[in-house]
Design a protein around this ligand. Sequence first.
Ligand code: SIN
Length: 278
Amino acid sequence: MIVTPSNQSCGATVTGIDLTKPLNAEQVAEIRNAWLEHHVLSFPSQKMSDDDLERFTLYFGDFGHDPFFAPVDGREHIAAIRRDADEKSPLFAENWHSDWSFQEHPPAGTCLRSIIIPPMGGDTLFANQHAALDDMPAEMRAKYEGLTAIHSAQLAYAPEGTYGDKDAERSMAIRPDETARETQLHPLIREHPETGRPGLFSCLGYIIGFEGMAQEDALPLLQELYAWQGRDEFVYRHKWEPDMLVMWDNRSVLHCATGGYEGHDRLLHRTTIAAHNA
Ligand code: SIN
């Protein structure tokens, strides 16, 4: 197995391994170590099926619980990230986020397998949140130290949210509901549960405020933080090819979809890897 770092803030390409075949314990350990080091791994030229995607996911934990998405036909744990060539709805997930950070035990990771990739555009951006914390000026960090963030899916998946009732034309099988209003607390700065490395967890969007802080004080803090978290120096830009598997660590990075492929289909299949304590 060959791991080639992106030379950006995170990300590495992994070759010399066949993910359409079962992996042995040594191979799984090697991938896990590379994932914890680089936070985002891409495996090009993997002609994987959905069975292969599920088998790969389960090497790293149980399946995570994916609310607000209907799974693809015949699968309980695979969701389609899909956009049709003639689609008019706003891009899905074109904002920084950490998947399902509003859950009590958010998923450790996400796996995304490319099926149809447009000839241009549609890159996924990843922002390293260990680097974002390490490089934060002390006077800025002092404003965020010790804060507990309030997470919720309401802005996205409540009936009046971005993907709510007004978004009915979308090709993706998104299912908004009232449970999106639930809230969950997580420390804003926390140690990675496996590496112990401190980082910022999640961002404005799924974070809707800070515990014990008035909204008019929390919102500017969250906006300033969001701008910092996605600075160019923390970002790895992932360029997709068909038959590529990408796995990322939601505890270490934010990610964000991008457009630029109007008139072309884009389709990927996604699983989440549950947290160890879920
Ligand atoms: C996602 O946020 O899961 C999708 C990312 C992408 O479509 O690039």
